[in-house]
Design a protein around this ligand. Structure first.
Ligand code: FAD
Length: 393
């Protein structure tokens, strides 16, 4: 057996997901892209095989298998279908606030429904005027009797219209910046929660990305996650742990494109030999494979750190590096894959143009790659590390 960083249990789960991907997900990927319809059949498949339980502990009905295993599953699914891989990643994203900052009664109430896949989750932070700058959000939550009333609007929310539960960030103190933000769980049928436009997109077309309006949306006081004013801290802790899920999606796309380009290059002949034997093509393939393996190293290291209980600035930096490198790799590798297929790479009969379109979003959502670079550099400056030049006049 080839050397592998994964445990026996992790390898077994990867094998299960790989088989499902090959037999059930890959044959649907082009149709999902073409129709731009949310793939409920993939959700059903994940439910049947308990894959939506991967982000959750056993006591909440999950598999209790940890972060690295989840990342491997997202990677495997995304090798064939980035839309389907995103379903697993967003189940984690939408649940993380509850997992990290929810009370026991909140966890017992909501997490089992997410772990079984009965409900999908969504994470609603972005607004029309606040993406990278989330402190500029305008959605407000006003205390009213035994609950809160939310007013405002969120944009670009993955799983809008298909989620059963939305993690929503709103200002309980509109005059304050970061410190005025609070976090709420809002069920899809809460009065005043309306779904607006679902955006047509370049890639991950089966995933819904939409507006979520909160118009006098009343929620009980027990919907507040953590305490008032703690929302920004929760939102950032969530992203620290969820961004590598996008890294895993990106790595899956990159590996899928590399594998496809390799197979193509072994059979397509020009000037009397397979193009894989032309040195310029061979070099591309070697660089693509190396880039994927390097990205995997960063991603799995993050998974192991999270499973070992590492937290704080070290985890933040590892998370940002994994997301940044995996997504830049995906964009570059898929562009090279299109090049290797020549004209065939540009047409829809072959999957690499879809992979290239799907790759682009991984550099944008859950914090753009510019923001990831800011985060990494901030942690570098903060770290008290010794330099070989220290003390040199
Ligand atoms: C398909 C899709 C799904 C999404 N899903 C979700 C979701 O589920 N939940 C959610 O809350 N949001 C979601 N988003 C929103 C996404 O996270 C934001 O679009 C993203 O964070 C960027 O915000 P913005 O679009 O407002 O861009 P802006 O913040 O306006 O940035 C525009 C450009 O300026 C750069 N920039 C901004 N500030 C700086 C800076 N300080 N230094 C250097 N460069 C900077 C950015 O990197 C970017 O290149 C989704 C978006 C898309 C397209």
């Amino acid at each position: 057996m080839p050397w592998d960083v994964l445990s026996d249990e992790q390898r077994e789960i990867r094998e299960l997901v790989r088989t499902l991907t090959r037999e059930r997900i890959a044959p649907r990927a082009a149709e999902i892209d073409e129709s731009s319809e949310f793939p409920w059949d993939m959700v059903e498949l994940f439910r049947e095989h308990e894959l939506l339980g991967l982000p959750f502990e056993e006591r909440h009905g999950g598999t209790g298998t940890g972060t690295l295993t989840l990342l491997v599953a997202i990677e495997e699914v995304s090798r064939a279908c980035a839309t389907s891989g995103l379903i697993l990643a967003v189940q984690e994203l939408g649940a993380l606030a509850l997992k990290l900052a929810g009370s026991d009664p909140q966890k017992e109430r909501w997490l089992p429904r997410l772990a079984s896949g009965e409900w999908l989750a969504a994470y609603a932070l972005t607004e029309p005027g606040s993406g990278s700058d989330s402190a500029a959000m305008r959605t407000v939550a006003r205390r009213d009797g035994d609950g809160y009333v939310l007013d405002g609007g969120k944009r670009f929310i993955t799983n809008a219209g298909v989620a059963g539960l939305y993690t929503v960030f709103a200002k309980t103190d509109p005059e304050a910046g970061h410190g005025g933000i609070s976090c709420f769980v809002v069920e899809a049928d809460a009065p005043g929660l309306e779904i607006g436009r679902i955006e047509p997109k370049m890639g991950i077309k089966g995933s819904t990305t939409g507006e979520v309006f909160l118009d006098g949306c009343r929620v009980p006081a027990e919907s507040l996650v953590g305490s008032e004013g703690e929302g920004f801290r929760i939102a950032m802790r969530v992203l620290d742990r969820s961004r590598p899920g996008i890294g895993a999606q990106a790595l899956g796309i990159a590996q899928g494109a590399t594998d496809y380009a390799l197979e193509y290059a072994k059979t397509r002949e020009t000037m009397g030999k397979p193009i894989a034997q032309h040195q310029l093509v061979a070099a591309k393939l070697a660089d693509m494979e190396t880039a994927c393996e390097a990205a995997r190293g960063l991603l799995y290291r993050f998974g192991q750190m999270a499973d070992d209980g590492v937290d704080g600035p070290e985890l933040t930096k590892a998370s940002a590096m994994a997301k940044l490198h995996c997504s830049d790799t995906a964009m570059w590798v898929t562009t090279e894959a299109v090049q290797i297929l020549g004209g065939y790479g540009y047409i829809k009969e072959y999957p690499v143009e879809r992979m290239m379109r799907d790759a682009k979003i991984t550099q944008i959502y859950e914090g753009t790659n510019e923001v990831q670079r800011l985060v990494i550099a901030r942690e570098m400056v903060r770290e008290a590390r010794s330099s070989l030049l220290a003390g040199v006049a």
